[in-house]
Ligand binder design. Structure first.
Ligand SMILES: C[S@@+](CC[C@H](N)C(=O)[O-])C[C@H]1O[C@@H](n2cnc3c(N)ncnc32)[C@H](O)[C@@H]1O
Length: 215
């Protein structure tokens, strides 16, 4: 597919995807329609999203699961549990992906480490899709974008969750700054940001093409 044809197709699929409320169903629909083959998810937790996508999107050949699954010193968010709890979370994530008895399980590849440390394990331009749902702070979002944007091939998707600037988890935790950091990054690169959810469900998601003028 040429980039122009692919961009038109992506636009159509994303507009249809916007109408699907459930986050798992929405993105599975988008990835399936676009025939995503190689993908990465940054921030996996118990693997619910990975399981939903792997079990629904037959076109996927390789799906990287990137997460340290350990307590992080500089991450002030409620998902930052103690190591003992993360071990249980990791076991669940593995059961839902690589250790599943389903035939798609062999497509899952585990990269246990931070988005910053694991980026070098994946070739630039090799992925059809990267889904970012990890750190969510200003610092972490910038790291995710700087390290994973170049992994996406021209015309591919960079998408994610929680497209918001807010004290999403209350004032005792670091604020989420996905929206302003992504918007600034997109402005610098001349990229289009497409919001996929609505402000009420806090699952605002975004999408954009690899290069400008493709949407
Ligand atoms: C909101 S949960 C992910 C939920 C998952 N995507 C889903 O939809 O089922 C956030 C995860 O991000 C991980 N995380 C935090 N900082 C990270 C980083 N720098 N790199 C990769 N993952 C990170 C945490 O360990 C946690 O498991």
């Amino acid at each position: 597919m040429t980039i122009d044809v692919e961009a038109a197709k992506s636009k159509e699929v994303l507009e249809m995807g916007k109408k699907i409320k459930d986050r798992f169903k929405r993105w599975s629909f988008v990835f399936k329609e676009l025939g995503v083959k190689r993908a990465a998810e940054i921030g996996v937790w118990e693997g619910d999203f990975a399981h939903a996508v792997l079990s629904r999107v037959d076109s996927i050949e390789e799906y990287y699961l990137v997460d340290p699954w350990k307590h992080l010193q500089n991450w002030d968010k409620p998902f930052n549990k103690r190591d003992s709890e993360f071990n249980t979370v990791f076991i669940k994530a593995m059961k839902q992906s690589v250790e599943s008895n389903e035939p798609w399980a062999k497509k899952a590849k585990v990269l246990r480490g931070s988005s910053l440390d694991m980026a070098s394990k994946v070739k630039d331009g090799s992925l059809d899709m990267v889904y970012i749902d990890g750190d969510h702070t200003a610092r972490g979002t910038m790291i995710d974008l700087l390290k994973w944007f170049d992994k996406v091939r021209p015309g591919g998707l960079l998408c994610g969750d929680d497209f918001t600037d807010s004290f999403q988890h209350g004032k005792n935790f670091a604020p989420t700054f996905v929206k302003s950091v992504v918007s600034a990054f997109a402005e610098v690169h001349g990229l289009v940001v497409v919001e996929m959810g609505d402000a009420e469900d806090l699952h605002l998601s975004l999408w954009r093409q690899r290069y400008k003028n493709e949407y």
